[in-house]
Ligand binder design. Structure first.
Ligand SMILES: C[S@@+](CC[C@H](N)C(=O)[O-])C[C@H]1O[C@@H](n2cnc3c(N)ncnc32)[C@H](O)[C@@H]1O
Length: 321
């Protein structure tokens, strides 16, 4: 591929999704875009770059951006953030919010939905602690196909084996011919929207907890800063942000600081009531049962305050660009 053709892809991806690719990622373009070339009957990447030049083909450009996203995810991924959320953040939120006040959680790069549904399982298990509060979980992503899967809430045997404890599987999924479907009470808690993290995030409202994991790694430093600052604004004053294991705020924003008690956990720098390091309450400890079960299953797996409900926002691809 000529450097000029490579530049067409690099510029498109950087401006549309934040994905930063250098010439060493040529193989990634070749492997990820091969099915798109076949589907559109385009002879090679050079010809695709030509078709994209000038920005006239919006649908093709969107298809390239989507094809280049990495959608790898699984239930209770990395374990620790969910243990921390269950044991510390949830009890603290339940204690600090007035009775009846709802809670909002955001899975900001939701992919096929496992992260959002993992949070929903924890919220469902914690109903006693939450005192019947309404919990709203919003999953957003730039990629449409993964989002369609997330909305369907249907997972293969392999996917549920990758992280769902047996007790949770029985309780929160229904067996169907094609796989395991998330049960209705959980699905009622979760909604998915197409949303670009580079777009205006304000219409999404404010969140008590944000999981934005394993997406910043694909951005360059200025884009990471920009996204982190916009996300910090979406966080409730005492809210908590989780990043992925290879992600950090260091050198990127001063609006966030590390929260005590967990790696990759952050709060707003000017937080009104910072997250305490207190030992989890008895109710929270009882939630630890799901964590133990989770570990056991993982070990034995055969294979590896605006507070507007999102439902009140206009539907469609708002925020996507
Ligand atoms: C590796 S997955 C992470 C899924 C989940 N958060 C986890 O940690 O398991 C990264 C997701 O980020 C999404 N993504 C990439 N760029 C994005 C952007 N600019 N706005 C929103 N989502 C984006 C991709 O489509 C992909 O589904």
């Amino acid at each position: 591929m000529t450097p000029a053709a490579f530049e067409v892809f690099a510029t498109l991806l950087k401006s549309r999704s934040g994905l930063a690719i250098g010439p060493d990622k040529l193989y990634l373009l070749e492997t990820r875009l091969a099915p798109l070339l076949r589907a559109h009957n385009i002879v090679d990447l050079e010809a695709l770059a030509l078709a994209l030049r000038g920005g006239g083909n919006a649908m093709l450009a969107a298809a390239v951006v989507e094809a280049m996203t990495t959608n790898e995810t699984f239930f209770f991924r990395d374990d620790k953030p969910f243990v921390h959320f269950r044991g510390q953040v949830l009890p603290q939120l339940a204690a600090s919010r007035p009775p009846g006040a709802g809670l909002r959680f955001w899975s900001a790069a939701a992919s096929t939905g496992q992260e959002a549904y993992s949070l929903a399982m924890i919220a469902a298990e914690g109903q006693a602690l939450l005192g019947g509060r309404r919990v709203e979980i919003v999953g957003t992503d730039i990629a449409r196909e993964p989002l369609a899967r997330a909305r369907a809430g249907l997972y293969t045997q392999f996917e549920v084996q990758r992280g769902v404890p047996m007790t949770a599987l029985v309780k929160h999924f229904r067996k169907e011919q094609e796989g395991w479907r998330i049960a209705e009470p959980l699905r009622a808690m979760v909604s998915f929207r197409e949303w670009n993290l580079l777009a205006d995030l304000r219409p999404l409202g404010q969140f008590d907890t944000i999981f934005c994991r394993n997406v910043l790694i694909y951005f360059d430093q200025p884009t990471k800063s920009r996204v982190l600052e916009a996300i910090a604004e979406r966080l409730a004053p005492d809210g908590v942000l989780y990043l992925g294991g290879a992600e950090t705020i260091l050198g990127l924003t001063e609006r966030l600081v590390a929260a005590p008690g967990g790696h990759g956990v952050y709060r707003r720098a000017n937080a009104a009531a910072p997250l305490s390091t207190a030992v989890p309450s008895a109710a929270a400890v009882s939630l630890g049962a799901i964590a133990s079960a989770m570990k056991a299953i993982n070990a034995s797996a055969a294979t590896p305050t605006d507070s507007r409900p999102v439902s009140s926002l206009r539907s469609g691809a708002a925020g996507a660009s």
